[in-house]
Design a protein. Structure first.
Length: 267
């Protein structure tokens, strides 16, 4: 079974909606990745201004003013699955020329051939079926339109997953699709122009800093079939002891994020 098919969209939307007030304070890594993704966009200079731009999975709207700064004359659409995130964005990062839309990337509430550019930072990993996502991207892009995206690979938080695996067989950590599985559903007419991978490693003095950060951004375990109910104290202690085995020579606990950067274009 496709691991991505285990995702529960309702829980994802609810979790990120609840995290709207805490997300920005805990999302330093997410901002860094998004800023790197911005560097892959057109400069917005003469001849490089797209007519209509979509921020897919716009979250708290952090990148709305940055996209507006780059593409001052473009029509900007900010779309997210979580209504709570959109409400926060409209209040804290208003843009009178932007449209705020609640919707699913796998069933975009947008007209066909209506977009020139889609920017998406750390959102599509929550899609159940990459083939359905890419079909929608191909549908809404105009010919020549581009999809620039950052997402997470399967090695993300492998330390966390490995530590829990020493405790029980339950699913405690979100699972993300590998490159081959992600790209196998690319439709005809949507071409991959570039694909790159990097590992970003965060380090913490205490494990609760990592778990609190994951909760703060709403990205704790959202797979169906995860461990049910509260985890017993003994199991938690065993998990902590297992994670301690990853503590490095500097006395810090690593947490690895495998990041995929993709650039696609519609023929």
């Amino acid at each position: 079974m496709n691991a991505a098919a285990l995702l529960d969209k309702h829980r994802i939307a609810d979790s990120f909606s609840r995290a709207a007030l805490t997300y920005d304070a805990a999302a330093e890594l997410q901002r860094q990745i998004g800023h790197q993704l911005l560097e892959l966009l057109p400069s917005g200079g003469p001849g490089e201004t797209p007519g209509r731009v979509l921020d897919l999975g716009s979250g708290t709207g952090y990148f709305t003013p940055l996209l507006r700064q780059r593409f001052a004359a473009s029509q900007l659409v900010s779309l997210d699955l979580a209504q709570g995130m959109l409400a926060y964005a409209r209040q804290h990062r208003p843009d009178s020329h932007a449209a705020w839309v609640c919707g699913d990337a796998e069933a975009l509430p947008l007209a066909s051939d209506s977009l020139d550019l889609i920017f998406s930072s750390l959102a599509i990993q929550w899609c159940e079926r990459p083939d359905r996502l890419f079909a929608e991207i191909a549908r809404v892009l105009r010919p020549g339109g581009r999809f620039v995206v950052a997402t997470l690979g399967p090695d993300t938080l492998h330390e966390l997953r490995d530590a829990w695996a020493q405790v029980d067989g339950d699913m405690h950590v979100n699972r993300f699709a590998p490159r081959e599985q992600l790209l196998e559903g690319l439709p005809a007419g949507l071409r991959l122009q570039n694909f790159s991978t990097e590992n970003r490693v965060l380090r913490y003095t205490q494990l609760r800093q990592l778990t609190s950060e994951l909760k703060g951004i709403g990205a704790h375990n959202m797979n169906q079939g995860q461990a049910a109910g509260l985890t017993g104290k003994a199991r938690v202690q065993a998990f902590k002891a297992a994670y301690e085995q990853h503590r490095d020579a500097e006395g810090l606990l690593p947490a690895t994020y495998q990041v995929y950067y993709l650039q696609l274009q519609k023929d």
